[in-house]
Each structure stands twice: as structure tokens, then as C-alpha cells.
Design a protein around this ligand. Structure first.
Ligand code: DX5
Ligand code: ZN
Length: 215
């Protein structure tokens, strides 16, 4: 089932509550929260207190995308605020399997994220355990970048591996998603579509969300 996840990074930080209400009314499925530490990626977004405020306001599930080193540092905080899905980057830790286990032990869905330069082979050993794989379709750190088309090949690889194992992990795409690139991603097996600038710039968010989901 295809779901649309607005990335609040593209929202208006002076009035996130209004953006949350607007996206929920427009039919968003899950909010995507981008956490950047200024080290793993060359940008800092927002942290725990802002996530807490979002969690209190939002009534749909939350998907936290950690672009940080030490992905286990705030697991208890995210659990306490009711986060449903928590992903971190394979490039950010030598202990990815341990982090997946920790996230799942707290009752959250665990996701492994891959930068454009990272091959599926790098996460092959985790595919029996993760709840979802996040394929970055831009270099992480900023919204508003262009979709990197070669990343779609990784979706095919994941779909093929998934057929051979007993774990029906979901496939999320993030970066440069618009109506056209969403079609490419869905055709290659992605079912969780993150959208930031394309969705937040739209006059009719409900139409954009249903277009991303159904076109
Ligand atoms: C980038 C973030 C994305 C970003 C997507 O590092 O992970 O979630 O907000 O924004 P758009 O859809 O504008 O590329
Ligand atoms: Zn993201």
C-alpha cells in the first residue's frame, strides 16, 4: 500500500502546528522528521524538543529519519514521544545490527537508510531484520534537490532480495519526489513516498497527496 509522508523540513518553522493541521487535513499518512547533526550531513535541522512538540500536535504516525552519528543516543526519547518508525544511516555507525535490535526492542519500526553512493550489498545482512529500507534519492542534508535517477536500480535489487527471504520489509524513498519521480519509484517497488518541497509548495496539498499515492 502506497503511503505519502510529508517532510516537515519543508514546512514553515514559525508555524509548524498550522502545517501539521494542513497536511493531516490533506490526507497525509505519516509525518517524516529529518534530524541532522551538522556532522554526518552538512546541515543542522531540529532536535528533540521540536520533535516533542510535533508529536504532541500530530495525530498521524511519525517517521524519524536520523542523519546523525550515534543513532542509538536518543532512542528512548523518540520512544517516549510516540515515534512509530525510526531510521538511521548504514554509513553512520559500525553497529547497525545492534541499533536495529535496540529500536525494535522498544517497539518501534526500524529502518536502514542508504546514501546514493551506498550499494544495497552494504545492508544485505540487515534485510531479514529491518521493517523498512530508506533509499535516499538525493544526497542527504537539504530539501529541494533533484532526484538522482540511478537510485531506482537499488529499488529493483531490494524487491528481488525480498522475494527470496521471509521478511516483507517496506521500501521508502526520500529526496526530489514529485509526481513524475514518484511514478518511477512506485514502478520499481517503493511504497513509502517522502515529499518535502514539492508537496509544501503546492496550492492544493490534498490533490498532490492523492496524485503521489494514486497516479
Ligand atoms: C533530505 C531529507 C529529506 C528532504 C526531502 O536530507 O532527508 O527528507 O526533506 O525534501 P525534498 O522532497 O524537497 O527533496
Ligand atoms: Zn528524510
Amino acid at each position: 500500500m502506497v503511503k505519502v509522508l510529508p517532510s516537515l523540513l519543508a514546512g514553515d518553522f514559525s508555524q509548524l502546528g498550522a502545517d501539521i493541521e494542513k497536511m493531516e487535513a490533506a490526507g497525509a499518512d505519516i509525518f517524516h522528521l529529518d534530524i541532522m547533526d551538522g556532522q554526518f550531513v552538512p546541515n543542522i535541522s531540529y532536535g528533540i524538543p521540536v520533535c516533542q512538540a510535533i508529536a504532541e500536535k500530530a495525530s498521524i504516525p511519525l517517521d524519524v529519519h536520523l542523519m546523525t552519528y550515534d543513532p542509538t543516543q536518543f532512542v528512548d526519547d523518540f520512544k517516549a514521544m510516540g515515534v512509530d518508525m525510526l531510521s538511521f544511516h548504514i554509513e553512520a555507525t559500525p553497529h547497525a545490527h545492534r541499533a536495529v535490535q535496540l529500536i525494535k526492542s522498544k517497539g518501534m519500526k526500524a529502518g536502514i537508510a542508504l546514501n546514493p553512493q551506498t550499494s544495497v550489498e552494504a545492508v544485505r545482512h540487515l534485510l531479514n531484520d529491518v521493517d523498512f529500507v530508506l533509499i535516499m534519492t538525493v544526497n542527504p542534508g537539504f530539501g529541494g534537490q533533484s532526484f538522482i535517477e540511478s537510485c531506482a536500480e537499488k529499488l529493483d535489487e531490494l524487491v528481488n532480495i525480498r522475494k527470496t527471504i521471509d521478511n516483507p520489509f517496506e521500501i521508502e524513498v526520500d529526496g526530489g519526489i514529485n509526481n513524475e519521480t514518484a511514478k518511477i519509484c512506485k514502478a520499481h517497488g517503493a511504497n513509502l513516498l517522502v515529499s518535502g518541497s514539492y508537496l509544501f509548495k503546492a496550492d492544493d496539498a490534498a490533490a498532490v497527496i492523492s496524485g503521489l499515492r494514486n497516479d
